[in-house]
Design a protein around this ligand. Sequence first.
Ligand code: PA5
Length: 418
Amino acid sequence: MLELTYQDRKGILSSQEITDYMAASKDILARVKKGEERYGDSLGWLDPDQWGGEAALSYLEEKAARVREIADAFVLIGVGGSNNSARAVIKALRKPGMPEIFYAGNSISPHSARCLLKELENRSVYINVIAKNFETLEPGLGFRILRRFLEEKYGCEAKKRISATGTKGSWLDKLCKEYGYDFFIFPDDIGGRFSAICDVGLFPMAVAGMDIRGLVQGAKDMRQRLMSGEEDNVAYRYAIIRNLLYKKGFRVEMLSFFEPRFRYFGKWWTQLLAESEGKDGKGAYPVTAECSEDLHSVGQFVQEGSPVIYETFLNVKERDFSYVLEADGVDDRFDYVNGRDLWDINQAAFGATCQAHGDRLPVFGLTVDRLDAYHFGQLFYFFEFGIYLSGSLLGINPFNQPGVEAYKNYMFRALGKK
Ligand code: PA5
């Protein structure tokens, strides 16, 4: 279950404003639920069954089991939407006894490349390059470096340890056919940042032993929930309120969490919001805060800086780890926590921060029951649907990202790409 609350102690938005905007935007909600024809080439994620159905899941589980038979290190080569969803889940829910997952193709740093190759030296390695158009430099170079590494390590057996996820008929598909690499599908009708529930996100997750069925079920249950309601539709409410706040000058959304296991989910979320809404001179700038650490840096700005931020607190209801602090006889002046569980102390810090920040800013609360694959599925779908809606309210196309071409053009020119 996922719960959304909204607190606005300063009364920046009246409940009437929210109700009116919701009533006035019902046609947008209806269009988004159906999926608009103009975005037909980007809506493959809207029904999780389309690319995450039973046949796909069984196939991926079988392929993942084979990878685990031959490898104890799996390198996911990809950047942006091609690695963010899998990394978010794997880093948060890492399981013992599974291959270690490494990430490449998301940096051009020679230091990173050298460190990775060193780490892989004494391991049994398998690589999966994920690229929708296979023109992005980072995964292209990462693939070349890792391919060479595997060829030197395994000779002609290397091809059994290489797979690619790309669109059918793409250059990557062609390379797979020519060199005998395994090929997975990057659906034509799904953009990178919406690709959690298809081979892109699910294959690496399956290799890492993640519960991909639970994840897909979470997304399906969230879809069912969002397809049925209006006033009580949590994604609609989120989209409506954040657009009203935007109109009132709140130009930064901060996703804050007290659980560091959400760190890479934060990266996924940042990409989803920034690339979907940051265009045509519009959009709220997404930032994340990993608390409590970041309270000691950006906390000051939030409490007293420019009043442009609203905050979304992501929290987990059920305790899954515990550490009780015992007195040790040393008078370190922290005895007031004797006998208390770190989980509860963290929750106390969370509650106090909601209180303090809520005195000044509008704040959303987003709570999931527990940190597991099912709830990641819920979160992925909630935000994807919510941002499709929010972008539509804002009047932009949430599915393209023309702005990212600007630096690429300069870079390709500098590198002499024809
Ligand atoms: O969301 C998107 O579509 C982008 O951020 C892409 O995921 C990212 O640019 C990587 O693209 P590609 O998979 O083509 O290398």
